[in-house]
Write a protein that binds this ligand. Structure first.
Ligand SMILES: Cc1cc2nc3c(=O)[nH]c(=O)nc-3n(C[C@H](O)[C@H](O)[C@H](O)COP(=O)(O)OP(=O)(O)OC[C@H]3O[C@@H](n4cnc5c(N)ncnc54)[C@H](O)[C@@H]3O)c2cc1C
Length: 460
């Protein structure tokens, strides 16, 4: 019996060993999928639009300190079992630290303590549920939910809107009421379901040496074609895929795994036989959030470690350690380019001076697309204006819950219906394809969906 099972496994492996698999995108999801398939003996190659791997994980160096311009805290994905397992397999170490959750909101020129303002309400899980129940019967989006709890334009209303938009990615009027869970944790002293209230603050976990090391370690083991933006995906009459790239190169594959962010689907021409137009149109409507970072050094004189400062346009908090601060721009106001980053930054100087005591700040630059490059001035990356991301990360849109969240079971796997495999030869991965509301939008979701796509290719 055992020999019979082994024979089946070997034959399954051989079947895929003969097929050519193309993975589009060398972010964490694409690299994970390719790595898992290669481990099983598959013939797999990765095609990446940029001249670097890692996608929305992008580590640089500011003033001698590592800085994450994209994915930062691994524990945003809960215990992040897929991510942690992969790091361990590759011999990468983690670093952790506790970050204070004390939030101060700038309201008409004064900072208010979020915690102190909430004391008046004395929320408990039960009292909050009771208050939220009637609100949720009519609320269309998270703005309605927050407005049901606090007077519009009050400090708490504005602070909740800012933090929700910062954490979930999208502005509150675009966020589904599914984000009520995050709001509840916020009002009970935590941040989200993956960071519930804890006296010691929020735990951050990062990769020692920079999160981009995970992508680089995976890429070292794989064949990755950089500078290869996919432009068109066609299908020949024998079922073979034809991949056409922006530089005019072409290749073919039997199986394709698409790991590109949903807002970038519209930049690629898909044959109707590859993705039915109706499905493609639905995928294209799933826009990502518009958070983006500028990282600055903490002033030497500032002794207050940790803590979070916010106004209506941004939230500031520690980057990898207290030497560097994230200016986390959110909403629709402030996406920047290399030309406008100085203006966007200068607008917040009075706020930064008041919060951290800066006296003079050098003008920021937009990071070059070289991982681990060093800067001695503030540095930022606009994910909204990044042609290969077109936004920061996925969120559940207010009017698209059903199309975005419906799932179907295929064999032992559960997948989002929108991202179900097509014809057992076209597969999807990427954080936006995760079926878990808690981890969607995170590095853990990217690795988890990469693992899942590989399993589905191997077990058709
Ligand atoms: C500002 C910011 C902060 C974040 N903070 C956190 C955090 O603290 N914790 C956390 O867990 N997560 C965080 N995230 C989210 C996390 O970084 C992402 O969820 C994760 O990295 C996504 O991986 P992915 O493989 O799904 O997508 P991506 O990393 O976007 O990979 C997709 C790849 O496809 C490539 N591509 C696009 N178009 C084409 C094309 N036409 N042809 C070929 N290749 C193409 C892209 O260049 C990219 O490399 C943050 C993200 C941002 C932007």
């Amino acid at each position: 019996m055992f020999r019979y099972i082994c024979l089946i496994l070997i034959l399954a492996g051989q079947m895929h060993a003969q097929e050519k698999i193309a993975v589009i995108g060398a972010g964490l999801s694409g690299l994970t999928a390719a790595y898992r398939l290669q481990q099983k003996g598959c013939d797999v190659e990765v095609y990446e639009a940029r001249n670097r791997v890692g996608g929305r994980v992008f580590t640089v160096n500011v003033g001698g300190h590592l800085a994450e311009l994209g994915g930062q805290n691994i524990l945003d994905g809960g215990d992040a079992p897929h991510m942690v397992a992969l790091m361990q397999e590759l011999g990468l170490e983690e670093v952790t630290k506790q970050v204070s959750q004390e939030l101060y909101f700038d309201f008409e020129g004064n900072f208010f303590s979020f915690r102190k303002l909430l004391l008046e309400y004395n929320f408990t899980p039960e009292s909050l549920n009771e208050k939220l129940q009637p609100i949720l019967q009519t609320a269309q989006n998270m703005r309605d939910v927050v407005a049901g709890l606090f007077e519009e334009e009050s400090v708490l209303f504005r602070a909740c809107c800012t933090i929700l938009a910062g954490y979930e990615g999208g502005a509150v009027d675009k966020l589904s009421v599914c984000s009520t869970e995050t709001l509840k944790h916020l009002l009970l002293g935590g941040l989200s379901s993956t960071h519930p209230y804890s006296e010691s603050g929020i735990e951050h976990m990062m990769i020692k040496g920079g999160n981009a090391l995970l992508a680089e370690s995976l890429a070292d083991k794989l064949t990755v074609h950089l500078n290869s933006p996919l432009q068109a995906l066609r299908r020949d009459s024998d079922g073979t895929y034809r991949l056409l790239f922006a530089d005019g190169k072409e290749t073919s594959a039997d199986i394709v795994i698409l790991t590109i962010p949903s807002p970038t689907f519209s930049t690629i021409s898909f044959d109707a036989s590859v993705i039915p137009p109706e499905r493609r149109e639905q995928i294209e409507t799933l826009l990502f959030g518009n958070t983006e970072k500028i990282v600055i050094e903490r002033p030497m004189a500032n002794t207050q470690k940790g803590g979070v400062f916010a106004n209506d346009r941004m939230v500031t908090f520690d980057n990898r350690d207290h030497h560097l601060i994230n200016l986390y721009y959110l909403g629709d106001h402030d996406s920047f380019t290399a030309e406008t980053i100085g203006n966007v930054f200068s607008r917040e100087l009075p706020f930064l001076e008041k919060a951290y005591g800066y006296t003079d700040l050098t003008q920021p630059v937009v990071a070059s697309e070289i991982p681990f490059s060093s800067y001695d001035c503030p540095v930022g990356h606009s994910w909204v204006n990044d042609p290969y991301a077109r936004g920061s990360y996925s969120y559940i849109p207010a009017d698209q819950e059903e199309s975005f969240l419906s799932t179907i079971d295929i064999g032992d796997e559960t997948v989002k219906a929108l991202f179900a495999p097509i014809g057992n030869t076209l597969f999807f991965a990427g954080e936006h394809t995760s079926t878990s509301i808690e981890i969607m939008g995170t590095m853990e979701a990217a690795v988890e969906t990469g693992d899942k796509a590989a399993r589905m290719v191997l077990n058709p």
